[in-house]
Structure formats: C-alpha cells, structure tokens
Design a protein around this ligand. Structure first.
Ligand SMILES: [Fe+2]
Length: 219
C-alpha cells in the first residue's frame, strides 16, 4: 500500500525523491523537473500544438503546487533575507500573471511560444535566486522537519486541489483524457473557465521570517 501511495505522490526513491529527503533536495528536484519540462516544450515542432498544450498544463500544475508550498511553509523559515523573500513573492505574482495570459490563449502560435519563453526566463532567474540566496538561509537543523511538513501539504494539494495530477502520477488515466485538451481549441487551462479561481491573485501577505518575528516579539 505504501508503495502505491509513494508512487501516487512521487515520494519514493524511484521517482527521485528519497523518503527522508530534506526540503532543499525536494525544492531543487521540483526546479529541475520544471526546467526539464520547458526544455521539452522548446524541442517540440511548431505544429505539435496538442503536445505543447499537454506540456504547458504539466508546467502550470507543477508551478502552482510548488509556489504554494514555498509561500506557506518555506519562505517563513528563511532567516535574514527578507528582501529576497519579498522579491520572490512578487516574482510568484508575476509568474501567476504570465500563466494566466497563456491559459487564455485560444490558438497556439509564435506569440504563445514567446510568452512561454518569457515565463521560462523568469523561472530560471527565480530558481537561481532561491537556490543561491534563500535555500542556504533555511535553518540547517530543521531541513528534514520542514521537508516532512511540505510533503504532507503536497499530498493534500495533490489530493484535493489537483486530483487530476494525483491520478496522472499514479498512471490511472492519460492526461489528455483528464484535461480534455484539443489540437485546435481551448484547453491549456487545467479547469473549466467557470471553475477557474481568479488568476491575477494578489501576492501572499509578506511573511516575516519565523526568527525575525520571534526577535520582534521579544523586543
Ligand atoms: Fe522554488
């Protein structure tokens, strides 16, 4: 049973995330997965619109889960880098805006590819700053503990907010059947238009680091 659950949530060592992986390893693995997906998109021929939509939906689902986990559970733990945390939150906001624009695309063309390229460059810059400036500032003695919390929340998000991705990871159903994308029509969005949450969401409230908050309340 555990093996099945691990396969579903992508937590087994076979899927690249060791059961006891700390948060830094987990986030870096997420980053690599998204960067690989952008590379996959870029290699597709211009006419492979169905395949392009499929890759985009995969990128969006990965990013939506990843950024939510970071804002809720990782950024508040970063110590002494509030300016980087604030910048990263604003970058997440801009990333959401670009994703929302791409989701509105009705026919794939060069302009769509240009938007995807801008998104990719934005993500590369964001990943670099996170890995160089923020992740090293997480409390070293709490990496596994934070990783465990993130895993639980990730399972929750996969199960509740992204059940289609949850099933896809389990190999239950092909992604095209789940999303209903088509060669020429709409279908980049992961939900029907009527079910979509507001796309240009406000940035999460600026979170001060846990230690900074403690310091402040002790003063
Ligand atoms: Fe990240």
């Amino acid at each position: 049973m555990n093996k099945i659950l691990n396969a579903i949530f992508g937590l087994s060592s076979e899927s690249g995330e060791a059961a006891h992986a700390d948060i830094v390893e987990m986030l870096k693995a997420d980053h690599r997965r998204v960067i690989d997906l952008f590379a996959k998109y870029e290699k597709l021929p211009a006419t492979a619109t169905r395949e392009k939509r499929k890759v985009l939906r995969e990128i969006f689902a990965e990013l939506e889960i990843h950024t939510k986990l970071e804002e809720e559970l990782v950024y508040p733990e970063v110590e002494g880098a509030e300016e980087h945390v604030t910048e990263a939150q604003e970058e997440h906001h801009v990333i959401d805006l670009i994703i929302a624009e791409i989701k509105k695309v009705r026919s794939m063309n060069e302009k769509t590819d240009a938007k995807v390229k801008v998104l990719k460059e934005m993500i590369e810059h964001h990943v670099k700053e996170e890995e160089w400036e923020m992740l090293p500032r997480l409390p070293q003695d709490e990496l596994e503990e934070i990783g465990a919390k993130v895993k639980v929340r990730k399972e929750e998000l996969l199960g509740k907010e992204f059940p289609e991705k949850h099933m896809e990871r389990a190999g239950v159903q092909p992604v095209e059947e789940l999303y209903g994308g088509s060669e020429t029509g709409e279908g980049i969005s992961d939900k029907d238009a009527t079910e979509q949450k507001p796309v240009a969401k406000e940035s999460a409230p600026k979170s001060k680091s846990k230690r900074a908050r403690k310091k402040h309340s002790a003063a």
